[in-house]
Design a protein around this ligand. Structure first.
Ligand code: SF4
Length: 453
């Protein structure tokens, strides 16, 4: 089989990063290997995100730019995958006739077959969304993405998708429209995948889903048909021999149970960091967002979490400028930030998304006001993050090495803080070290290696 080279550009979230790995593994069975640049590629894949208006514009301008590559290399294949592909479908083929294939979020496992079809029958769009979709079980082969694994994949750390889609229909969100109904993978398939990864050298696993807290709620995931929750899965994955660290993302507060919060107390290798998107600090805005919890309920969850795990590092997502957000509503968001003192947050200006209910809401907020609110929120968050980082100075922390140069080591604490140290001992990605935190920066920490962890 003639060897061909593919290049993947991944936009957006960790789900997309994992989907790019899945497409890479599928393509490797069709004689493709991964290249590190566009120039040498026979196939270019844009794995897209449409969570915000800006993300979509980026994809369209990149496709425009690729028109000349196709002109210079007529056999070049161009494929658009991910959420913009799902959302726009055939419209992309119309607007960008140099695109060969549009692959929707439930079709990524068949990318190899779909490429062969598009070579035979011309440009294709495969964007079917099936409510009864069953996530194929693809056991990892560690060398799938590049012969020289040290360049692209750090096998010491891996994402594992446990579910796809979402049934919550928050009014601003495209995910239920682009990734379909919630479907959870069989627990045994997930355990098999984690076992294979850990056997292959992986030390840290992050379980991925749009709303992992509702894992196993919409379809049966156990072989005996008994109910099986996300905390059951966490307990079982954590027992995989050799797994040093376990993380998960993303959670919806409305499905956060006491049993799941207790896992932070009872599971030794579950990292003490938790991403719990709140989105806004006003009950009237949360209602319009269809988030199904109140500010009070969110604060109670935070208190409970800190009861079970006082040192937990909490991060969140916030949208400012949601339609109808009054100055008082926004003050509510600022007050919530003061009360919770998040270690960090991802904050964005609201933007209309195709097919979402909020897109047709009135009382849209002026762009300038949105920018002012975002700047104020981010400035205060930066102050709090820096204060939080200073709390670690003088403490001894176990870190996992991520990257090394001749004289320095980049690593991460289990609370997800980056730590830079002078390289005083031989270390490589995946190693655990004990370090003393010596200095705090805005976005990372400095440390001194005391001994191998
Ligand atoms: S829970 Fe998350 S993924 Fe689901 S609709 Fe709401 S914001 Fe989107």
């Amino acid at each position: 089989m003639e060897q061909k080279v593919f290049f993947i550009k991944t936009f957006g979230c960790q789900m997309n990063e994992r989907d790019s790995e899945i497409m890479a593994q599928s393509l490797s069975t069709y004689g493709y290997v991964e290249g590190m640049d566009i120039a040498g590629a026979d196939l270019i894949i844009l794995n897209t995100c449409s969570i915000r208006a800006k993300a979509e514009q980026k994809v369209m301008s990149m496709l425009g730019y690729l028109r000349k590559n196709k002109k210079n290399k007529p056999d070049l294949k161009i494929c658009v995958a991910g959420c913009v592909a799902q959302q726009e479908g055939k419209r992309i083929l119309k607007k960008m006739p140099h695109v060969d294939l549009v692959v929707g979020t439930q079709n990524i496992y068949n990318i190899g077959e779909l490429l062969l079809e598009s070579s035979k029958n011309g440009p294709q769009a495969a964007i079917g969304l099936d409510d009864k979709y069953d996530i194929p079980n693809l056991l990892p082969t560690l060398s799938s993405r590049n012969q020289d694994a040290t360049i692209s994949i750090q096998p010491f750390r891996k994402f594992v998708t446990i579910m796809q889609g979402c049934n919550n229909y928050c009014t601003y969100c495209v995910v239920p429209h682009t990734r379909g109904r919630e479907v959870s993978r069989k627990s045994n398939d997930i355990i098999d995948e984690v076992n294979a990864l850990v056997k292959g050298g992986t030390k840290e696993i992050t379980l991925l889903g749009q709303n992992v807290n509702s894992y196993g709620k919409t379809n049966s995931v156990s072989d005996n048909g008994n109910s099986y929750s996300f905390s059951d899965l966490l307990r079982e994955v954590s027992e995989v021999k050799g797994l040093k660290r376990l993380r998960f993302t993303t959670s919806n507060p409305k499905d956060l149970t006491d049993d799941l919060m207790r896992c932070f107390q009872n599971i030794d290798n579950l990292c003490h960091q938790f991403h719990l998107p709140v989105q806004a600090g006003s009950d009237s805005v949360l209602k319009k967002m269809n988030r199904k919890y109140t500010v009070r309920q969110y604060l109670n969850l935070v208190d409970n979490l800190r009861h079970y795990c006082p040192e937990i590092a909490l991060t969140t997502d916030v949208i400012v400028g949601f339609p109808g957000e009054s100055p008082e509503d926004f003050e509510g968001t600022m007050n919530l930030l003061e009360k919770v003192q998040f270690h960090g947050s991802f904050s964005f200006k609201y933007s209309d998304r195709p097919g979402t209910r909020a897109g047709s809401f009135e009382e849209k907020i002026d762009e300038t006001i949105k920018s002012e609110r975002l700047a104020r929120f981010q400035a205060r968050q930066d102050e709090i993050s820096f204060k939080r980082n200073r709390e670690y100075v003088g403490k001894i922390k176990t870190v996992m090495v991520e990257d090394c140069s001749n004289d320095s080591v980049k690593s991460r604490t289990e609370t997800n803080h980056i730590v830079h140290c002078a390289k005083t001992i031989d270390a490589r990605p995946g190693d655990c070290l004990d370090v003393t935190i010596t200095r705090a920066g805005q976005h990372s920490l400095q440390g001194k290696i005391i001994n191998p962890g």
